[in-house]
Every structure is written in structure tokens, then in C-alpha cells.
Design a protein around this ligand. Structure first.
Ligand code: NAD
Ligand code: 2YH
Length: 264
């Protein structure tokens, strides 16, 4: 799994604000309103502690700060512990934290110490980016059409496709790993997408891969919506402009808010 870098997070605060505006325009729900709707939860003055973790690749510049920005931007009380790791956990608990946020190289989790709920970033990220597309309206442009293309069937893409299936979408899937496509197609009622045998364009596209240029011109319609946690962005600026594509993408905050609502 690719680690985030400080460069990925450089414009995170502006990106979170701009994406919240776009999500509201596309779905009529603000990001926290959408989280409230899908999880059926709401914050209740929880105090969120962010613990920097030195294991593996170590502390990532701006990672804890980006989490704190997200927590505070959505009106919650939060702090970054002065200590890291186990000493940071002790500090968080003794300072009255209700929810812990922390990440190493393998997992980024939210754990609510009061109710025991725990959330994993990849699952919550897949879910919220999928829900954004499920709720996106498009009127005559096709926003109500029930076809969606899911590119990348890994730990983020799989919970996303489960969300689309729960919302009764026709889910077309593609992954460069054909074994993964076959595995998914044997477990879920999805259509294998083959751009050469049966080309098709989509109004709604979900992408969760670590590669650029995964979204080709052939899958786009005018005004398509791409909801993608994938880093780097899988669509070129040229295609965004040519097809007036609306792109929801941000490196950390959207998934973090989804995790918090999952544990409230
Ligand atoms: P993963 O490794 O579990 O899955 C990635 C999948 O993409 C794999 O199945 C792989 O075969 C497939 N893939 C690779 N190149 C492809 C291509 N060119 N076309 C189609 N499929 C391709 O990774 P993941 O944990 O699911 O994460 C996916 C992406 O989402 C990564 O870039 C990760 O950094 C990012 N991510 C972002 C956020 C966020 O908040 N924005 C949160 C979590 C993960
Ligand atoms: O970036 C990561 C991993 N890819 C898991 C995140 C899943 N989206 N981890 C961040 C590590 C943070 C570091 N240990 C810190 O600064 O605390």
C-alpha cells in the first residue's frame, strides 16, 4: 500500500473545502450532512485525539495536522498528542479523549473508546466516495441512471462496489489484475467491463487505484462525475476540460470524516 506523502497533503485544506462545496452542489448534502444520513449518527461533543505513530515509514509531515484540520473544520474538538505511539495513547486517554485517530503503514483507524466502535479508513473511504455518486443528481445529464463503473477492486474499491450494489446500481468493474476481476465477479453480481469487446460510457465513475490515466476518453460522457479517492488522480486535466467532468478527490479529510461518523 502506498504511503501518503507531505506533497499529497500540501493543498489538503483547500481541497477539503472545495470538495465539500462540490459534493453539496452534486448531491444537495454537505459532506457532514451526507455522513449523518448514511451512518445515522451525529457528533455529541466527542473529544478526538490524534496520535502520531513512528512505526514503519514513520511520521508523515502534515498527516496529524490534516486530521486536526478535518476534525476542527467540522466543528469537533480535537488535539494532537505531544507524545507518539504508546506514550501518545496514554496521553490521549489521560487528557479525556473519546475517539482515537492513528495510522501506521498498514492501517488508519478511528476507535471510539466510549462505545467500542472501530472504523478502518479504506472501508469508510470506499463507502463515502461511493455514496457521493449514489446521491449525485444529474437530471437530463444522466444523474439518475443506475450504471456505474468501478475502476480498481482493492481494499477501497471493494467496499465501494458493495455500497453501489446495496443501492441497486448496475456495477461494471475493471482492474488490471484479471484474477481480481474474476474473484470479484464470482462473489458479487457485477458486470466485467471490457472496453474493447463492449465499449460503454458512464455518467458515474468511481476510481480507487494508485495509477494515473486510468480513466480513458472512451468511458466518459459529457458532464460525467468522477468520485475518486485514488492518488494520484486517474484522469488528465485535458479530459476533465474536454468533457466538463466534475471530479471529487481529496487525499485524507473526506475519508476521515466518514470514519468519525462510523464510530459516533
Ligand atoms: P489496493 O492496492 O488495495 O487496490 C488497488 C487496486 O487497483 C488493485 O486491485 C490494483 O490491481 C488496481 N489497479 C492498479 N492499477 C490499475 C489500473 N491502471 N487500472 C485498474 N486497476 C488498477 O489499494 P487501496 O487501498 O484500495 O487504495 C487505492 C487508492 O486509494 C490508492 O491510491 C490509495 O493511496 C488511495 N486511498 C486514498 C484515500 C483518500 O482518502 N483519498 C484513502 C485510502 C486510500
Ligand atoms: O498513509 C498511510 C497508509 N497508507 C494507511 C492509510 C490508508 N489510507 N498511513 C499514514 C501513516 C501516518 C504516520 N504513521 C503518522 O504521521 O502518524
Amino acid at each position: 500500500m502506498a504511503l501518503l506523502t507531505p506533497e499529497d497533503l500540501a493543498n489538503m485544506t483547500d481541497a477539503l473545502v472545495e470538495n465539500d462545496r462540490l459534493i453539496t452542489e452534486l448531491t444537495t448534502y454537505s459532506l457532514d450532512g451526507l455522513c449523518r444520513k448514511i451512518y445515522g449518527t451525529a457528533p455529541a461533543k466527542e473529544k478526538v485525539a490524534i496520535i502520531p505513530i513512528t512505526a514503519g515509514g514513520g511520521i508523515i509531515g502534515s498527516f496529524s495536522e490534516s486530521l486536526l484540520f478535518t476534525v476542527q473544520h467540522f466543528g469537533m474538538d480535537g488535539f494532537i498528542t505531544e507524545n507518539t505511539d504508546v506514550a501518545g495513547w496514554y496521553e490521549a486517554v489521560t487528557k479525556g479523549a473519546d475517539i482515537i485517530l492513528m495510522a501506521d503503514d498498514l492501517a488508519y483507524i478511528a476507535h471510539n473508546l466510549r462505545n467500542g466502535k472501530i472504523a478502518h479508513n479504506q472501508i469508510c473511504t470506499g463507502r463515502i466516495y461511493a455514496e457521493i455518486l449514489c446521491h449525485a443528481k444529474g437530471g437530463k445529464d444522466g444523474g439518475d441512471d443506475k450504471d456505474v463503473l468501478v475502476l480498481g477492486l482493492g481494499k477501497v474499491g471493494t467496499p465501494a462496489l458493495e455500497t453501489f450494489l446495496n443501492e441497486k446500481f448496475n456495477v461494471y468493474v475493471f482492474d488490471v489484475d484479471s484474477n481480481r476481476v474474476n474473484e470479484i465477479a464470482s462473489q458479487y453480481p457485477v458486470f466485467k467491463y471490457d472496453s474493447e469487446k463492449e465499449p460503454k460510457s458512464f455518467f458515474k465513475i468511481f476510481e480507487a487505484t494508485p495509477c494515473p490515466d486510468t480513466i480513458s476518453e472512451s468511458v466518459l460522457k459529457q458532464n460525467s462525475i468522477v468520485s475518486t479517492p485514488g492518488i494520484p488522480l486517474g484522469i488528465s486535466d485535458e479530459l476533465i476540460e474536454k468533457y466538463n467532468v466534475r471530479v471529487v478527490q481529496e487525499p485524507l479529510g473526506i475519508g476521515t470524516l466518514s470514519m468519525l461518523y462510523a464510530v459516533f
